[in-house]
Design a protein around this ligand. Structure first.
Ligand SMILES: *Cc1c(COP(=O)(O)O)cnc(C)c1O
Length: 379
């Protein structure tokens, strides 16, 4: 054992992700201030890549009162946090009995799901889920009235408690789009039908981050926010604080002549004599290859272009005439305070959205979590 420990390699020599829970705390407070109802912290996909339990704890300490995830598997690690957890997006044969036994609330998007949940042991707290106009998750409007009536009968038999009705907007990142009015109307219609069936759902929720920030008419009794907690505002209306910083060392530096081809396919040729720095982070670590030729990093306080194609494990940076020392740190992205690129810039360079980058960072990236000040003072 001690021999093993003695030979354990040092960490910190490769790409490193710093997660700033102070940013999550600030974002949560801002969102809680905007929401007219309760705030559910959505921590699916490992808290959008930031660590589900860390993000959940921080959000709950700063204004969120509930937690939301997709699958039941994502709910189990959150059970100790002492607030209701809602899980949506489950297979019809999910372990509903376990959900009930552990007090996890579940979304019901179909009659089949309702039957399976009602058949499981115990009285499950459910949120009926209506498709508010994006033909994705949630019950089709043509089946909604029947779903409500059937759920009411299951409630009267003691099989479920319908504690919520939920929907989701398809175009909330474009606040002016007509699609949002349609979604609001569809949701109001769904609530009327639930009421007419005799249901009295306490939680009525439609808004995610974008609608929470832009349209109080969508707030009802609760907002479900995920992206906003970690500093992503899909509506582009509000300044939030990004919570990730990705750094990596320069592990080799070479001087090259003008016209030197770089990387696979010689996709880049140096325009002048310069120094090329090799950085051990690539698309297997979550940096999009599609950003090749456009992305930048920060080195010694200056933006430098990523040149050639981003490879699986590495990328090359044009360091300019002066070069840098081996082992110097490159900031791939961060909140932007020191001039470094942001996740938003990487996403734009790759033609994607920030969500895809923060949730896609690979297992080789070493993670370090910095507590919110308030959590630090508790420990
Ligand atoms: C992911 C998700 C959310 C959170 O959306 P954000 O835009 O990240 O705040 C809310 N509701 C549902 C159904 C989701 O899948």
């Amino acid at each position: 054992m001690s021999a093993l420990l003695a030979t354990r390699p040092r960490t910190g020599a490769g790409p490193r992700l710093d997660v700033d829970l102070g940013a999550v705390a600030d974002n949560t407070r801002l969102l809680a201030g905007r929401a007219t109802g309760e705030l559910m912290a959505v921590v699916k996909a490992d808290g959008f890549g930031h660590g589900a339990v860390d993000v959940a704890r921080t959000a709950l300490a700063h204004g969120a009162t509930r937690l939301g995830v997709t699958s039941l598997e994502e709910a189990w690690p959150l059970l100790d946090l002492g607030v209701p957890v809602l899980s949506w997006l489950n297979h019809v044969d999910a372990d509903w009995a376990a959900a009930t036994a552990h007090g996890v609330e579940v979304a019901v998007p179909s009659l089949q799901h309702l039957a399976a949940v009602a058949a499981a042991a115990g009285r499950t707290r459910v949120h009926l889920h209506v498709d508010a106009g994006m033909a994705r998750d949630g019950a089709d409007p043509s089946s909604w009235a029947l779903l409500c009536r059937t759920a009411r009968r299951a409630e009267q038999r003691g099989e479920v408690d319908v504690v919520g009705v939920m929907g989701h907007l398809g175009c909330a990142d474009r606040p002016g789009d007509d699609c949002n009015a349609l979604g609001r109307t569809r949701f109001a219609w769904a609530l009327e039908h639930a009421r007419a069936a005799g249901l009295r759902p306490r939680d009525r929720h439609l808004a995610a981050t974008a609608a929470t920030l832009t349209d109080p008419r969508t707030h009802h009794t609760m907002s479900r926010v995920g992206a906003g907690l970690v500093g992503i505002d899909p509506s582009g209306s509000t300044v939030l604080r990004p919570a990730m910083r990705l750094t990596a060392p320069v592990i080799s530096v070479r001087r090259v002549r003008a016209g030197t081809p770089v990387g696979y396919g010689h996709a880049h040729r140096t325009a002048t004599a310069t120094h090329l720095g090799l950085v051990p982070v690539g698309y297997a670590d979550g940096l999009p290859r599609a950003a090749s030729g456009r992305a930048e990093v920060l080195v010694r306080g200056v933006r430098r272009p990523v040149v050639g194609l981003v490879s699986m494990d590495q990328l090359v940076v044009d360091l300019g005439v002066r070069g840098v020392d081996l082992g110097e740190t490159v900031t791939v992205f961060g909140p932007g305070d020191a001039g470094e690129p942001t996740v938003a810039e990487w996403a734009a360079a790759a033609g994607t959205i920030e969500h895809e980058i923060v949730t896609g960072l690979g297992a080789r990236v070493e993670r370090r979590v910095r507590s919110a000040a308030h959590l630090r003072s508790l420990s």
